[in-house]
Unconditional design. Sequence first.
Length: 461
Amino acid sequence: MILKVNKVSDVGGIVKAPPSKSYTHRAVIIASLANGVSKLYDPLASEDTLASVNVCRTFGANIDTSNFNSLGNNPNIKSFWKINGVNGVQEIENSSQGPIDLKNSGTTLRIMTSVAGLSKNGSVFTGDDSLKTRPMDMLLEALKPLGVNAKSILGNGKPPIEIEPGFVGGKTSIDGSVSSQFISSLLIAGAISEKGIDLNVKGDFISKSYVAMTLDVMEKFGIEIETDLYTKHDDCDMIDKKCSSTFFSIKPQKYIGIDYTIEGDYSSASYLLGAIAILGGKITVKNLFNDSKQGDKLILTILEKMGMKIEIDSASVTLSSDGNLNGFEVDLHNAPDLLPTVSTLGALANGKTKIFGVRHARFKETDRIAKCAEELSKLGCEIKENEDGMEILSGINLENSSSNRVTSHNDHRLAMAFSLIGLKHDILIENGNVFNVSFPNFIETMAEIGIELGLFDECRV
């Protein structure tokens, strides 16, 4: 399907941010492992999070989604998922008769690989073509000292992954430079294992904020954790910098079911804020918490650097813009999911933009550095691609472009980010309907702020 901007009028207003995909994944999986019943209020029902719902059901959790209001616009209606957990390790059992298809959800794959090691029986996880490119070998090696024999069936360190039971816990270590989801996976499962877990994360620990989010949810569900993640060391400066090593120690415990509200997603909100930054105007995005542990909250700092006025209160963000964007430099080491949005903003800004510190974005749904550089170059941008990011030397110029078409490469974040270009330039986005992975109401929400997007078959464009 082709995604394009149809019309723009009366932009701005007040809108609610979609729920956090990352928090929804973690809350669903942890509630499914808990003792008792949980209610998850305002969850995100997207293709990725529903992959977590489905696999948790396969492992024994009773998940009732009948009280879910997909639009979530009526404040008088409490929208929630009700989860009756498996009550700990003893009841975890894979009921599937064959491989479990996780679609495109890398978060589900990584976290559930460790959880599957707690099961009474074996499991095989697979997914779509994109998921089968995700590196898993570091996690598989880290699981061995904990009692888990897990392997890549094709022998290439990637899915399909076969996991045998045996996760008893203990001590292990892992390199932190590929995926923070590996660390989250080990911690979530290790907390309820027989011995608990002592985990040492070595080297360059990327995307620490995502692990901070994991710890936040684990603690809400009753787990006590010892860690120096937030401790200042001689060789680092708190959570957003690089340290030589980080430790986590969790004694064997139980998750306890609770009522839990999913906060808004800064990654998805970046498209709403970015749209008004580009067009000019004023927008208030609700359900964005000032004390959030999401690394993608960095989008507020970036937009301020670009010349926007940002006002923040405890649960909302207001942005005012005159439509003039300034080039900037930014380290996305701790916020890799912002790369598509930030590169698009840079391509529409005055002056040079430099993005760095985000080599790990090459291991997402696509190689996001390469694909963003490739597609922006089609539109006349002068791009210098670096190993850990890119430099945008000059912005979009359709007169010097090879095409007015870009493709999402089936990556939801590229599709939504490129739609921002359509606010200023007449472009078409191929495979533009993949936003359902993380933001199923993307078109409807953009319409709330005065931006009409359309999806068309190729023959109708």
